[in-house]
Every structure is written in structure tokens, then in C-alpha cells.
Design a protein around this ligand. Sequence first.
Ligand SMILES: NC(=O)c1ccc[n+]([C@@H]2O[C@H](COP(=O)([O-])OP(=O)(O)OC[C@H]3O[C@@H](n4cnc5c(N)ncnc54)[C@H](O)[C@@H]3O)[C@@H](O)[C@H]2O)c1
Length: 402
Amino acid sequence: MTKKPSIIVIGGAGHIGLPLSLCIANANFPISIYDINKENLKKINDGIFPYKEEGGKNLLNKILKKKTFSISNHISEIKKKDIIIICIGTPIDEYMNPIHSVIKECIDSILPYLSKGQLIILRSSVSPNTTDWLNKYIAKRKKDVDIVYCPERVVQGKAIKEIKEVPQIIGFFNEKAFIKASKIFSKISKKIVKASPIEAELSKLFCNAYRYIEFSISNQFYQISSAAGASYKKINEIMKQDYSRANNIPSAGFSAGPCLLKDTMQLTSFYKNQFSIGHQAMLVNEGLVLFLHEKITKTFKISKLKIGLLGMAFKADSDDIRDSLSYKLKKELEINAKDVLTTDPYVNVDKNLKPLNEVINKSNLIILCSPHNIYKKLNLKGKTVIDVWGFLSSKKNNCKFI
Ligand SMILES: NC(=O)c1ccc[n+]([C@@H]2O[C@H](COP(=O)([O-])OP(=O)(O)OC[C@H]3O[C@@H](n4cnc5c(N)ncnc54)[C@H](O)[C@@H]3O)[C@@H](O)[C@H]2O)c1
């Protein structure tokens, strides 16, 4: 039997790095995780999954019992590994341009420890041509190392389930590197798809940009319906009745988070700001909270209003507040409102959050920001509510919509 390659995951304590590492460990590969976030590494070592992840805690505790899983204390440990998987965050800056330096700094930190025959798997979502840049950057430094790009396409919070189901795209420069990478991915997933690195990079970004644009269309429809004094929820239902071509039209809602906007902006920046439809989607999705702010100021005397925001995570049933539009709305409203009260059952990094009942009782106006499933049966005590998502029902939730 051939020996299994040893693996290290850089960014292994992250939302993407940790589930991937656990799935690979579960397929009995010897694997270590390395991360600059020591606090989360400690939690992981103690059997605590640092984020909300379906099946995360159980799998983590199973894997912690394996001798083949470990937590690396120092980056130099990559010296002993056959494969290095990079899962670090790749954010955009305040001007919506990719911060290329994060990948460069990470690579510079591992360069001294790279040796002949190793394979680097780039998993982070990256700006187009980053893999090509990386290949040349490493070759120039006389390191005989192969590089492949294998994008992560799971939905955050369901990674452990979806890694098995989502086909794994492997973007490669040479067949030898493809074979090495596919030995891992074929053991954790059902299907491998061959691609060039640029095809793999673009396919990842296109998937997210497509979703982001799709959501923006509904967010614009919501605003048009609102301007016409009609309910987009109702119109969305009417459009879909026995008309399958309309089935995929989403509801309106806060569309943000650490991936969709960022990946769309990576494309915009790459395409010299000519990805106009992507840019337009950003204006609509980010502008939705400004639209709501205006609607509130036109309808109420905002200086007398106590406003309750339900759900501060960037999406339903998540604990992640990265790039959440709930906070953008909060910031806008706080300028003029008498008070803005916020609540979320899952978020544990915001000390200003209040208990749900306190927010409902004290608010004159409630805005549903993240449609967490547990809000479905909420009694809103006759309060006035803004629900962009069309998630609540005035009858079941005892509220009136504006
Ligand atoms: N979150 C998602 O749903 C999702 C889905 C698909 C793809 N992605 C992509 O995956 C990548 C990671 O995203 P994430 O959500 O897991 O981010 P994250 O911030 O949760 O995780 C990144 C981890 O990398 C660590 N890190 C950063 N720089 C490092 C370095 N130089 N050395 C070691 N560790 C380092 C951080 O401490 C963090 O734990 C991003 O490129 C993202 O776009 C994310």
C-alpha cells in the first residue's frame, strides 16, 4: 500500500480551513493545521468548534482522538509535509480592491521551508491570475514545488456536509500535480473536475458573482414594488404560481457577508472596473439599507423612534457578522433614531446585543435583518415590522408590516 501524503493546512482554524482539514483527517490522511489565530487553535484543541458549523463539534471530537491529526505551533513544520493547503482569508480593502499582499505575505512566510517535490494547493478565493503569479514567484526563488488551485464552493456553516457533494475543481499546470491533488480530493468528495488554473479561479468567482447579481435583481424589484406601494413578497408568490420559469427568482434580502460582495469586487477590479453589472449589483445590495433608512425617515419621526434589529449575523442561522448589512443599517439609524436595539441568538462577539424579548418590548419599529429560522414562530406583540425577506407573516407573528 502506498504511503498517504502528509498535509498541513495554513489558515486551518478558519471557517473554510477547519471543516476541510477535518474532512481530510476523516479520510485518514495525516494532517496538521496551522493558524495565526492562537485563540481559535486553543478552542479547537479543547474540542470547541469556533464557529457555527453543522456537524462540526461531533466531527472535531472524533478527529481529536486520531493520532494522525495535530495542531502545528510553528510554520517551519511545513518542512516535513508533502502537501500544503492554503485557506487564509483574502479580503478586499475599503476601496473594494483585493489585498494582494495577504497571499504574498503568507507565501513569504513559508518560502524558507519549502522543499523539492512539495505541492501547494491554493484553496482561498483569489483574484484571477493569482495562481499563475504564485507559480512564477516560487519558481523565481528556485523552489521546485508544484501549485494547483482548488476553489472552495461550499455554503458557510454547511461545509462538512457539502464538501462531500460539491464537485472539486482542480486547476493545474501539469498532470503530476493534478494526480497528487486528486488523490486527496477523490477521497473526500464524489467528483473531480479538471481545469486550468485561470478557469478554476474564474469559475469560483463567477459562481459567487452570479448569486450576488441574482440577489440584487430581487432587491431592486423590492424597491420598485415598494415605490409602487405594492408588496414584493406577494408579487414574488404571484410570479411563481404554476410558472416554473420564475421558480429561481429569489426573495429580497440583505445580501452581504465575507464572500459574495468580495468575490464580485475581485472580478470588478480584475476587469478594470468594467464589470458593470457586478458593480451595479453592489450598489443595489449595499444600497438596500440606505433605501430602508429613507423609507423609515419618510414614514416616521425617526428622532422619537426606538428601532429593534432582529438578526445581526450576515445571513440566516449563522453566527458570523463579517460584512453584515445589519451593522451597516445600525450605523445609519443610530445617527437620528432615539435608540437602536439589536439582538441575535447566535452572535457571541458583540457585547451590545440585548435579549430578544427586551428588543421586542422596547421597540416601536422592528426590522428583520437576518431571517433566522427560530424567528419564524415569534410573537411580535402587534408591533410594526419591516421584513424585506417576506419571511414573517402578520397573522402568525402578530405584527403589521410597512
Ligand atoms: N466562508 C465561506 O463561506 C467561504 C466559502 C468559499 C470560499 N471561501 C474563501 O476561503 C478563504 C477563507 O475564508 P474563511 O471564511 O475561512 O476566512 P476565515 O477568516 O474564517 O479563516 C481564515 C483563517 O486564516 C488565518 N490566517 C490568515 N492569514 C494567515 C497566515 N498568514 N498564516 C496562517 N494563518 C492565517 C486566520 O487567522 C483565519 O483563521 C477566503 O479566501 C474566502 O473567500 C470562504
